[in-house]
Design a protein around this ligand. Structure first.
Ligand code: SAH
Ligand code: SF4
Length: 363
């Protein structure tokens, strides 16, 4: 049977939840049309057994595009002098949360470049304000690398979760792409966040220039070892004002494979259907939701700054109102037979460790 040995590896992974590094590399190398469906269906089954048919929603507020780092792939890198920079005030961010709350969101993701204007004090004040107005919401930070003390104080102020992708688990690739950052330090930061008590999100890009199957296997094994609450996986997409402008983008197929494998290796994780997937393919997010993903992150940033938070070329939803994004995603989710869950959407791992019952599954 075509794809026989590969299908066997997928079934083994589906039932045992793990493979050796060697098996994983050979599985990644042999994934083709004949086995994609089997892999994605297996991952979808596991996702349904964990989280039912619900898709959790996070309102994303891109509050500053100012960044001191210089990651080669990113449009916000400090070396990009063509970008018009902005920073939202605390009041503007709170206004976004007000609108998000009215739209039904119960998680806000505050994302930015590494912008030192937002000191620990300012961020703590912002978090306290949001939590005071909306105690039934979760606040997620995605603001890059900070000190232990800063992370601890923001947690005390009420932040619940932190997204810090490891970007790539290959040291050589990481070093080549991050002239201002260090491989070991990124991992230490993730561990620091985890030990403080945050629900943490790691993750990686697929299709980075020079990335091999062995590198991707390394990414998957790293997340299995770290056991994060969330795993963000998206295709690398070039940005015209970066040194990687002429590199080919990561493919939708490869990214879907990685999402499905991540679901099988870390079944309890929350996995977003990323905006980068929606940019790479008109139905990219829906495909991801049927291949193991179970979270979407509609944009809640003010219209005036949307086109300035340009991580990569052609980013979608830059011209849509927040309400449009919410209802557009709801339609897309329902069109593939899933439903939008407006709760906080904590990870199963977190509910386990905090002794709370998980929500009943609706098949
Ligand atoms: N500064 C923070 C958060 C903002 S960047 C941080 O770096 O953690 C958020 C994510 O966007 C990054 O983790 C990276 O994985 C992704 N990203 C940046 N440039 C990209 C590109 N060109 N293609 C795909 N994803 C990209
Ligand atoms: Fe800055 Fe994050 Fe972009 Fe790197 S990926 S340049 S840290 S915004």
């Amino acid at each position: 049977m075509e794809g026989g040995p590969t299908n066997n590896l997928i079934s083994k992974l589906g039932s045992q939840g793990t493979l050796s590094r060697f098996e994983l590399i050979s599985l990644i190398d042999s994934l083709d049309e004949s086995v994609h469906q089997h892999l994605r269906r297996t991952a979808h089954r596991v996702r349904v057994s964990m989280y039912g048919n619900s898709v959790y929603v996070r309102g994303l507020i891109e509050f500053s595009n100012i960044c001191k780092q210089n990651c080669l792939y990113c449009g916000l890198r400090s070396g990009n002098k063509q970008l018009s920079r902005y920073r939202l005030s605390l009041q503007e961010i709170i206004k976004c949360c007000d609108e998000g709350y009215r739209l039904g969101y119960r998680t806000f993701v505050l994302q930015s470049g590494e912008d030192a204007w937002y000191t620990t004090d300012r961020l703590a004040e912002l978090i306290r304000c949001i939590k005071h107005s909306y105690p039934d919401t979760a606040v997620t930070l995605s603001i890059g690398e900070r000190s232990d003390e800063c992370y601890a104080r923001l947690y005390e102020a009420g932040a619940d979760r932190f997204l810090l992708r490891h970007e790539t688990a290959s040291r050589a690739l990481y070093d080549a792409l991050h002239p201002t950052m260090q491989f070991e330090q990124r991992r230490e930061r993730l561990q620091a966040l985890q030990s403080i008590g945050y629900q943490i999100g790691a993750g990686f890009m697929v299709g980075l220039p020079g990335q091999t199957s062995a590198d991707l296997a390394q990414d998957l094994l790293y997340v299995q070892e770290l056991q994060p609450d969330m795993i963000g996986i998206g295709p690398f997409l070039p940005h015209e004002a970066t040194p990687l402008r002429d590199q080919p983008p990561g493919t939708v197929e490869r990214t879907l494979d990685m999402i499905a494998l991540a679901r099988l290796l870390v079944p309890q994780a929350l996995i977003p259907a990323t905006t980068a997937m929606g940019t790479a393919h008109p139905q990219g997010r829906e495909l991801a939701l049927l291949a193991g993903a179970n979270v979407v992150m509609p944009n809640l940033s003010p219209m005036s700054v949307r086109d300035k938070y340009m991580l990569y070329n052609n980013k979608i939803c830059t011209g849509d109102e927040s309400a449009q994004c919410r209802f557009c995603l709801e339609r897309r989710i329902e069109a593939v037979g899933l439903y939008m869950d407006m709760g906080r959407g904590d990870s199963l791992k977190y509910l386990d460790r905090s002794g709370q019952p998980s929500a009943p599954l609706i098949p």
